[in-house]
Design a protein around this ligand. Structure first.
Ligand code: GLN
Length: 484
């Protein structure tokens, strides 16, 4: 058995049937990390002693014949913007280089309670700001499919580890596409749930009204398993929804025949790579072949999504990042004469260029003289974008689109052109602005064998239908091409 290519589902049955121990599984992943992660750079911190202790506890349970929790012994990686008690959490920034959180993020705590074994913390763009992982203050991540290319971002380490087989599943965060876009570029599954479905307690905030936590996995079923474990009300996050959590796994095999799949022309216009377009169109045809009805819909405000996102996100970021002042935790400049000099120097030395750019843009958008012209206007357009989806979802059950306009680009290709980088998010930011669920799953490869992702959006809190359609598509694709 190739332990590194197991799915969660495969790993838990192998552990439950005692074909493999949790300890052997964790060791296999650390061996592969030692051999291969040097060339990829997906991990920032490993916590091997802690992981092996956890694996040993699972093995002890299995030995006694006790019932095992749902993710018993599953080796996972956690994006480094999610706090983990006792394990260094940097947010990809020098300002938190030595930060050891005193508490664990709810989403991670729920995975650990379900038996998951945390291998380490995943590299990401600094404070999750970026689309290529090149904004990490430590080192970039390379795409395992072609190491001259980016893995996407900001959850680049999370996507690359799943693609490389150095974690079975990982958690990422998605403020404007940061789970779905790297999933697409690395050829794995990435799910952004509905806003409020998963608690954000312990997520180091970038833009609080847009931030989401979700899984990156090898299969849609694995994404359903992780979501089922993490979702649900948490008293520590007042925005987490008080709604029952469906059994996403049980719902996967319900038939998709008769479901209506919306296709919006605004997602297939200028700027979309021809090979990406034909792969996504073929995927939509495959869904039609499963008995889904393909229905044209219109999302007329899509063209305003990028400017709207980059105002709302930077405004919220400028406010959230005010807490990094060198006083309470994180980096403090040593050579300051006065208190305000200490704030200024700590922030100047601790933050990278993109983070500073966002703080300045956001501060400007929120400033008294410009607030109405930028922030207020952006919030109004955000409402229009949300209404576009509300209207469309009166006619359809899910909406299909590309995840990213292109396949993985080369390292350095866009790093000196922030605007070009921002445009990489054109198909993903809308779901964050509207708060609806979105998934990316592999639907093909271009002529250079680089992965292409299909994106599916659903109604608020209807992850079950999104996952069901994604699962049905994944099953036909693997049946046709032998892809697992
Ligand atoms: N690429 C987008 C940005 O740079 C999205 C980031 C994210 O989703 N965290 O803001």
């Amino acid at each position: 058995m190739d332990l590194n290519s197991l799915t969660i589902d495969g790993a838990r049955s192998a552990i439950a049937s005692r074909e493999v121990t949790a300890t052997a599984l964790a060791e296999a992943f650390y061996d592969k990390i030692a051999k291969e992660d040097g060339a990829i750079g997906a991990y920032l911190t490993l916590c091997k002693d802690r992981a092996l202790a956890k694996a040993a506890a699972i093995d002890a349970l299995a030995e006694k014949g006790e019932p095992l929790p749902p993710l018993a012994g599953v080796p996972v990686g956690i994006k480094d913007v999610l706090t983990t008690r006792g394990i260094r959490t940097t947010a990809g920034s020098k300002i938190l280089e030595n930060f050891i959180p005193p508490y664990t993020c709810t989403a991670v705590a729920r995975l650990e309670e379900a038996g998951a074994v945390v291998l380490g913390k995943m590299n990401c763009d600094e404070f999750a700001m970026g689309s290529s992982n090149e904004n990490s203050a430590y080192h970039p991540v390379r795409n395992p499919r072609d190491t001259s290319r980016v893995p996407g971002g900001s959850s680049g380490g999370s996507a690359a580890a799943v693609a490389a087989g150095t974690a079975i599943a990982t958690l990422g965060t998605d403020t404007g596409g940061s789970i779905r876009q790297p999933a697409s570029l690395c050829g794995v599954v990435g799910l952004k749930p509905t806003y409020g479905r998963v608690s954000r307690y312990g997520l180091i905030a970038f833009a609080s009204s847009l931030d989401h936590i979700g899984p990156l996995t090898r299969s849609v079923k694995d994404a359903a398993l992780v979501l089922r474990t993490m979702a649900g009300r948490d008293p520590m996050d007042s925005t987490s929804a008080e709604l029952p959590v469906p059994d996403y796994v049980a719902e996967l095999d319900k038939p998709v025949r008769g479901l209506r799949i919306g296709v919006a022309k605004e997602y297939f216009e200028e700027g979309l790579d021809a090979e990406v377009r034909s792969s996504v169109e073929a995927a939509i045809q495959a869904l039609a072949g499963l008995g889904c009805e393909v229905v044209p819909v219109s999302l007329p405000h899509t063209a305003y999504a990028i400017p709207t996102y980059y105002i709302v996100a930077t405004a919220e970021a400028s406010s959230n990042l005010a807490r990094f002042d060198g006083v309470r935790y994180g980096y403090r400049s040593k050579n300051a004469a006065t208190l305000s000099d200490m704030y200024r120097r700590s922030r100047d030395q601790g933050f990278g260029a993109e983070v500073k750019r966002r703080i300045m843009l956001g501060t400007y958008a929120l400033s008294a003289g410009y607030y109405d012209a930028y922030y207020l206007k952006a919030q109004q357009v955000r409402t229009l974008l949300t209404r576009d989806f509300d209207e469309a979802f009166k006619k359809v059950d899910v909406i299909a689109a590309p995840t990213s306009p292109t396949v993985a680009f080369r390292l350095g290709e866009k790093s000196n052109d922030p605007l070009a980088m921002y445009l990489a998010d054109v198909y993903t930011v809308t779901a964050n602005l509207a708060g609806i669920p979105g998934i990316s799953l592999p639907c093909g490869e271009n002529h250079e064998k680089l992965p292409i992702g299909l994106q599916l959006f659903g109604r608020h809190f209807d992850e079950a239908t999104v996952l069901r359609v994604a699962h049905a598509y994944e099953q036909t694709r693997s049946a046709q091409s032998g892809v697992q």
